[in-house]
Design a protein around this ligand. Structure first.
Ligand code: 3HC
Ligand code: NAI
Length: 709
């Protein structure tokens, strides 16, 4: 059996010892790397002929952090790595770190334990642990403030943002930035200079944090801010506490950081965020698709329809430097569409996030036309015309005729049958769904809908393109509403039943917003448009998709009839005072009338727990159905859809992860409870067989655990 190459080696270049970390893909600090570092240190310590130690990494980057996958291993602790760092820093001969790529988390902590740091020009540095619900647990909260000052350190650790090499040099985090043939050469050159200068060790842990110029209430304010802005993230508060401790003697601060880190790594929030980190990367993998599949080149994009979605979609491509042509049916619609894009860019520039030059560059990449022939040299054309099957079929037919051979034809439909649209093009192997979310230039999610005949290279190309334009892509099969809207449908259904039973929109929204949902279902649909929502329900009814239940989404249909289209008309589920939604007695009246008309009993106050269960358990159940039917590849994909596209709280890990945390047996039991109390004539509370079997399995495991105790 071939043995795994050692992730850490120590070699010799003249009088300089070279410690090389080679642990692809990103040189993460795994237990094997920690062991390797320790062995290499033994070798260095015992060879007094060596004048300095250089730490560098092979591959695309210096260490990009602790190995997130190892955090779940039983007994994981940061202490072994921290001991290695203490040994490294404690060496009596100079230690040089040569940085390149993304020096993140544990990687930056390793660099800070070195005595001297040199970086190649494109290096980026940061402490992104907060994004995983953690704080830097290998003395980052203690060494960084000593080096860069409390204010900057707290900013970097709290935001997780990266800074470039020049900014890092200006802040004193790296000693120099220079170009070299390779990171190894960079380090060797610098190490030789350090030795020539006779510069000895320089240990950050032996320095003191500069406390001048900070207002007396600096930390009190920072803590209050963390509690107010991030109430569901314990790491936000812990970071302030740990950075504050950097003013204490090093060993005391170290103990405080260790205590906080050990608690955070076991917190449900961090586990959820770590799950999403891997789920996001897993979502990019398509089972059965060979790695060697040749991608189609995308150099020019066409978009049909310059409405709400078409304009936003076009901005994604312009932002990525890809020339894009928008084709409309009338000059007025085209002018309006391009005008909105321009205004959007200018608003961003006014906030200082784009320069006037960048706005010009991006607008120059966009062109408009009324002529489909302009699409003939595009590598990808996305149709974003009105949600109407006949119209879309006609557009697809025209695209099939006008697009060049090998061009990808995509549809942004939210509900229509992608296979039928693919057939209309006459080249269904080239067709795929690209379901963007509104506002399309902002929302990170892209549902990629795989048709029955979508060619593997089309799918692979679109997944890669998604990454290029900064989206997180999830593959869905062809079904009504795909993954996200299909699950949202049962969520909206229960929201409306609760309303008819007497709950107000703010009670309904409040219940899930308390869990961290960005927006409850009523605010969400008011924003998307009651008209859009109602039309979808009506169309789905015409297509025979709805249950034979007249009370089904009766409220949204009635609001639509009354012209209450949501935020844009000043009233929908809510009434709007400016942008502020307030409960409207009119809505309560409508809901009561609907309840009366459909024989639904109004009740007194409905408990918050019931609202949460009735909104989320059917949604989770639908997620299991989607898995059962093979419409999503994995539960993590569903979690990404909901966290990246629907404002589901990331610290809950997405609905499927949350389901495991709640306990599948409990969900099944509560579904049965609602079937009994609410009635189940239309199968609303029917448990998905997959959920039922997983719950039974979990129950057996837990019974075994109990009897084993
Ligand atoms: N641990 C384990 N695996 C990691 C990893 C990490 N810290 N960082 C990246 N990877 C893996 C990814 O899972 C992916 O694996 P795959 O190819 O099998 O899917 C591969 O490396 C490449 O990652 P990306 O697809 O994300 O590649 P990019 O080039 O887009 O981005 C990156 C590279 C900027 C390094 C990005 O991966 C990233 O931000 N990683 C996380 C960095 C991080 O959070 N570090 C802190 C970790 S916590 C820590 O250090 C605790 C310490 O304080 C004790
Ligand atoms: P919209 O009404 O804002 O824009 C549609 C545009 O298509 C109009 O500007 C219209 O002039 C143009 N158009 C119509 N027929 C055309 C033709 N034959 N050739 C060229 N252009 C034509 O609609 P919106 O909201 O942008 O929706 C477009 C698509 O995106 C629909 O399929 C919709 O379901 C989908 N979608 C919408 C979302 C939303 O929140 N608005 C979210 C996700 C998908």
């Amino acid at each position: 059996m071939p043995s795994t190459p050692a992730p850490v080696t120590l070699s010799r270049r003249g009088h300089i010892a070279v410690m090389t970390i080679d642990n692809p893909p990103v040189n993460a600090i795994s237990p094997a790397v920690v062991a390797g570092l320790s062995t290499a240190l033994d070798a260095f310590e015992s060879d007094r002929t060596l004048g300095a130690l250089l730490v560098h990494c092979e591959g695309r980057t210096f260490v990009a952090g602790g190995d997130i996958g190892s955090f779940d291993q039983p007994g994981f602790s940061a202490l072994p790595f921290n001991r290695v760092l203490a040994r490294l820093e404690g060496l009596d001969r100079p230690v040089v770190g040569a940085l390149h790529g993304t020096v993140l988390g544990g990687g930056l902590e390793l660099a800070l334990a070195c005595h001297w740091r040199t970086a190649s020009p494109g290096t980026r540095l940061g402490m992104p642990e907060v994004k995983l619900g953690l704080l830097p647990g290998s003395l980052g909260t203690q060494r960084l403030p000593r080096l860069a000052g409390i204010e900057l350190a707290l900013d970097l650790i709290s935001s997780g943002r990266m800074i470039g090499a020049d900014a890092a040099q200006a802040a004193g985090i790296v000693d120099e930035v220079r170009d070299a043939q390779s990171p190894l050469q960079l380090g060797l050159d610098y190490a030789k200079e350090i030795v020539a200068r006779n510069a000895g060790p320089r240990r950050i842990s032996e320095t003191q944090v500069a406390r001048d110029a900070l207002p007396a209430d600096f930390f009190a304010k920072a803590l209050a801010d963390a509690v107010r802005k991030k109430p569901s993230y314990p790491s936000a508060r812990a970071i302030v506490e740990a950075v504050q401790a950097s003013a204490l003697p090093f060993a005391e601060g170290e103990a405080i950081e260790a205590r906080l880190f050990e608690a955070l790594i076991r917190s449900p929030q961090s586990k959820a965020l770590r799950h999403l980190f891997f789920a996001e990367r897993e979502a990019a993998r398509i089972p059965g698709l060979s790695k060697g599949v040749q991608l189609r080149a995308i150099r020019k994009v066409g978009i049909v329809g310059a409405g709400t979605m078409g304009g936003g979609i076009a901005m994604n491509f312009a932002n990525a430097g890809i020339p894009t042509v928008l084709v409309e049916s009338t000059q007025a619609a085209l002018d309006r569409g391009l005008g909105i894009v321009q205004a959007n860019y200018e608003a961003t520039a006014a906030k200082g996030r784009l320069t006037a030059e960048q706005v010009r560059e991006r607008m120059a990449l966009l062109s408009g036309s009324l002529d489909y022939a302009r699409l003939s040299d595009c590598d990808l054309v996305i149709e974003a015309v009105f949600e109407n099957m006949d119209l879309k079929k006609e557009v697809c037919m025209r695209l099939g005729a006008v697009c060049k051979r090998g061009a990808i034809i995509a549809t942004n439909t939210s509900t229509l049958d992608v296979n039928a649209l693919a057939a209309a093009t006459g080249r269904d192997q080239d067709v795929v769904g690209m379901h963007f979310f509104s506002p399309a230039n902002v929302m990170r999610l892209l549902e990629v809908v795989r048709g029955a005949h979508t060619a593997p290279d089309v799918l692979a190309t679109v997944m890669q393109l998604a990454r290029r334009i900064g989206k997180v892509a999830v593959v869905s099969g062809v079904c009504y509403g795909f993954i996200g809207n299909r699950m949202a449908e049962v969520y909206m259904r229960e929201a409306e039943f609760l309303m008819m039973e007497g709950a107000s929109p703010s009670q309904i929204d409040g219940a899930v917003e308390a869990l961290g949902m960005a927006m409850g279902p009523c605010r969400m649909l008011d924003m998307a448009g009651i008209d859009v929502g109602a039309k979808t329900v009506i169309e789905y009814g015409k297509a025979g998709g709805l249950p034979p239940d007249d009370s089904y989404r009766a409220v949204v249909r009635r609001l639509f009839e009354l012209g209450r289209f949501g935020q844009k008309t000043g009233s929908g589920y809510y009434r709007y005072e400016g942008r502020r939604p307030v409960d409207d007695p009119e809505t309560a009246k409508i809901a009561r009338a609907m309840a009366d008309a459909h024989g639904i009993a109004q009740r007194g106050e409905i408990a918050r727990q019931e609202i949460v269960e009735r909104l989320l358990y059917p949604l989770i159940n639908e997620g299991f159905r989607i898995l059962e039917e093979g419409m999503a590849y994995r539960p993590g994909d569903i979690d990404i859809v909901w966290t990246a596209g629907y404002g589901f709280p990331d610290h809950q890990g997405g609905p499927m992860f949350m389901a495991d945390a709640i306990g599948l047996p409990k969900i099944v039991e509560r579904m049965a409870h609602y079937a009994a109390t609410r009635g189940n004539a239309f199968g609303y509370w029917a448990v998905s067989p997959l959920l039922a079997s997983r719950a039974a399995r979990d129950r057996r495991v837990s019974d075994l655990g109990e009897t084993g105790r």
